[in-house]
Design a protein around this ligand. Structure first.
Ligand code: HEC
Length: 163
């Protein structure tokens, strides 16, 4: 191998390296220009447009007096909602959930006022019956199939059944 060969090799080699660098730069430039993602923060009118498209179809435009009336109605509704979650009405729970099975004794569900229920009460006590009602017993689903009922509501329903 002589010096002339070396020179030819070096020239070609650096040519190829330069070519590859040029290709890489081209790809980077292309990728950046293709991405071209508009930044929503940079364009407030675009953002407003999107929000307008996403807004509910209708809106309440009640004016100042109307707004006051709405606030009043909301305030009046709030305690009612709190009440529904708060005080526990065993009769209501029984009638809306438990009665479906217990009124007619479906699948052997003990009927309120029956000897069967009295026997269970004698055997397990109120606490035992309440814990069965909360955890379920054979066919009887936990909380009568209503996992949203609280322990207090189940307790009240059982108390109502035992009355
Ligand atoms: C899907 C029907 C069904 C619903 C709804 C239902 N029960 Fe029952 N329940 C049963 C059946 C069946 C039994 C008897 C289970 C057994 O002894 O195998 C039973 C048993 C019981 C017992 C006796 C448990 C024991 O330890 O002997 C109590 C108390 C009771 N249910 C309370 C309730 C209450 C309170 C509700 C409403 C929150 C309710 N049940 C809703 C079917 C139901």
């Amino acid at each position: 191998m002589n010096q002339a060969d070396d020179r030819v090799f070096l020239r070609r080699f650096s040519g190829i390296i330069l070519g590859l660098v040029a290709v890489t730069v081209t790809i980077i430039v292309l990728a950046v220009s293709v991405r071209n993602e508009p930044d929503p923060a940079a364009n407030p009118s675009q953002q407003a447009f999107i929000e307008e498209r996403l807004a509910p179809v209708s809106d309440v435009r009640a004016g100042e007096a109307g707004q006051a009336a709405l606030a009043q109605a909301a305030a009046a509704a709030a305690p009612a909602a709190a009440e529904a979650a708060g005080p526990v009405d065993g009769e209501q729970v029984y009638q809306s959930v438990c009665m479906a099975c217990h009124a007619a004794g479906v699948a052997g569900a003990p009927i309120p006022g029956s000897d069967a229920l009295a026997e269970r009460l004698a055997a397990k006590g109120t606490d035992g019956l309440v814990s069965s009602a909360i955890n379920g017993l054979n066919v009887m689903p936990p909380r009568g199939g209503r996992p949203d009922l609280t322990d207090e509501q189940i307790q009240a329903a059982v108390d109502f059944m035992l009355q």
